[in-house]
Design a protein around this ligand. Structure first.
Ligand SMILES: NC(=O)c1ccc[n+]([C@@H]2O[C@H](COP(=O)([O-])OP(=O)(O)OC[C@H]3O[C@@H](n4cnc5c(N)ncnc54)[C@H](OP(=O)(O)O)[C@@H]3O)[C@@H](O)[C@H]2O)c1
Length: 340
């Protein structure tokens, strides 16, 4: 167990999950070093019974001697830190969108394309928190028939925007219930008791960047550059776990029964599909768990080759920290760490 790990963004919403997951999965490392900004430097975080001190991230020092650097801060920070980590022989596993569409950087969901880790050059990207669960479900179902088209509507939790958004939902909910003034800083509108059909900024084609990222990343991971795709991403007043209504058009008809078998065989996916007993995926069930929950599987009555389903998955875990730790586990298992 000689592995040294640096975690950048240790004080963030995803950072907190990294710490839990590394502990829960007994990740085989000798040392964990924690980094954030000056704001949190000096604060202590308990890990495996020890108080670790968070340091300001100085890229000239933070990555020296590290085998793995988890970067979970901001896209701008990733653009600087990941190449810096790779230069000193570490493998950077990046949670941001900085390298997800870079053809020189593998974009990996281990259950789908772990073999892409073989050609990494010191940086590996983990996909957007909406892309991961969707790609897993599509990957399981394409064993029944090639997929032609996907239409997806998301219901995304506020933790997807980080810890400031989590506080904003709590503060606005309290203020609204007390009849007080609603303050906004993270979102352009009140999120408490509301829905916002905008995740990230708008592009010229009328889609948001989140919707576009979901399309491009899904195509890349599945190796389906021509996949027809349309998404509407909506922020909802839920703390943790994103949900989605997914409409899939196949080349050949796929029966719900066959879909249930394929999904139940897919690692990391769990069926919750007994509508008569009101059993279907809920974000509060998916929060703090590892599996992508899938249910409401039914034929699309508007399309003979279509299926419709509903899923919920934890955006901070499988959508971010868990997927990154699984990538690290694969790198260790396949002996693919850098030679520092
Ligand atoms: N939230 C999700 O569901 C999700 C899912 C997939 C991917 N991601 C990605 O994961 C990353 C972290 O997201 P988050 O939700 O955890 O955000 P967050 O709650 O706002 O936390 C950000 C973390 O990054 C640190 N940080 C910010 N700028 C930094 C810099 N220049 N150098 C070093 N550390 C810096 C912050 O430190 P301080 O505490 O000192 O400010 C904090 O620890 C982002 O790239 C995000 O796009 C998030």
């Amino acid at each position: 167990m000689s592995i040294v790990v640096s975690l950048v963004g240790a004080t963030g919403a995803v950072g907190a999950q990294f710490l839990k997951i590394l502990e829960q999965r007994k990740f085989p490392m000798r040392k964990l070093r924690l980094y954030a900004t000056k704001r949190s430097a000096g604060s202590k975080i308990r890990f495996r019974g020890e108080d670790l001190t968070v340091e300001d991230t100085d890229p000239a020092k933070a990555f020296l001697g590290a085998d793995i650097v988890f970067v979970s801060a901001t896209t701008a920070a990733s653009a600087d830190y990941c190449p810096a980590a790779a230069r000193v022989g570490a493998v950077a596993i990046d949670d941001s969108s900085a390298f997800r569409l870079d053809p020189k950087v593998p974009l990996v969901v281990p259950e789908i394309n772990a073999n892409d880790l073989q050609w990494h050059k010191g940086i590996v990207s983990t996909p957007n928190c909406t892309t991961v669960p969707l790609a897993m479900v599509l990957h399981a179902l394409r064993q029944a028939s090639p997929i032609r088209r996907v239409v997806v509507d998301t219901y995304q939790a506020v933790s997807g925007t980080g810890s400031a958004a989590v506080r904003e939902l709590t503060d606005q909910t309290r203020a609204a219930l007390a009849g007080g003034k609603i303050e906004k800083s993270v979102y352009p509108h009140q999120i408490a008791f509301n829905l916002i059909p905008q995740v990230d900024t708008f592009r010229e084609d009328g889609y948001t960047k989140e919707e576009w990222k979901m399309q491009e990343e899904t195509r890349r991971i599945l190796g389906l550059s021509g996949l027809l795709f349309s998404a509407t991403c909506v922020r909802v007043p839920v703390y943790q776990a994103h949900s989605m209504a997914v409409h899939i058009d196949f080349e050949r008809p796929v029966e719900p029964k066959q879909a249930r078998v394929l999904l139940s065989e897919m690692p990391g996916v769990k069926l919750v599909d007994n509508p008569e007993k009101s059993l279907y995926p809920l974000p509060i069930q998916a929060a703090d768990t590892d599996d992508v929950l899938v249910g409401r599987i039914r034929k699309d009555t508007s399309n003979p080759t279509g299926l419709v389903l509903w899923l919920s998955a934890d955006n901070l875990r499988k959508g971010a920290a868990l997927n990154a730790v699984q990538i690290a586990e694969e790198l260790v298992r396949r002996n693919l760490l850098g030679k520092r």
